[in-house]
Design a protein. Sequence first.
Length: 183
Amino acid sequence: MFQVDIIEQCKQNNRKAQLQLYNQYCDGMYIVAKRFLKDANDAEDVVQEAFIKAFSKLHQYKAEVTFGAWLKRIVVNKSIDFLKSKKQQLVELNEVHMKVVDAPKDDKWLVDDAITLDDVKLAIKKLPDKYQYVVMLYLIEGYDHQEIAEILNISEVASRTQLSRGKVKLQELLTIKSHGTRY
């Protein structure tokens, strides 16, 4: 059965097709939610809510992007909404998902070699929420400013500004102070 056929059947409330689509995407969407949330149960709840929303809004899916990309955006939005409602800190980042190491040589993301991945994780956690979300979406999830603007309901200019300020703040947090400690 082709994915388009499954989606069409899901639009008609075919429970078997919905279960098939859920099984196909649930693990990947859980990983996305877990990047944002500390607790595994919270991530599972967010994924469940995202699927409920996706199935209820499936008529709005126009196949301009893959279903997975469309669903991922719902999961990211639900995760951010959850964090905002609970005022929780963002979770520790998995080394595999860190794109800081993939930054171009002329990019301002480069940091001193003495800085460890744990230092970067800790510094991102210390960023104010508005910078933290943009940095996470840009670096970890790979969204561009237009997508970040849509997800966070801000302008593209605000996304760029918050990312730029987040970079500066992150660099400040990662700078080795004269007495040999980091913030």
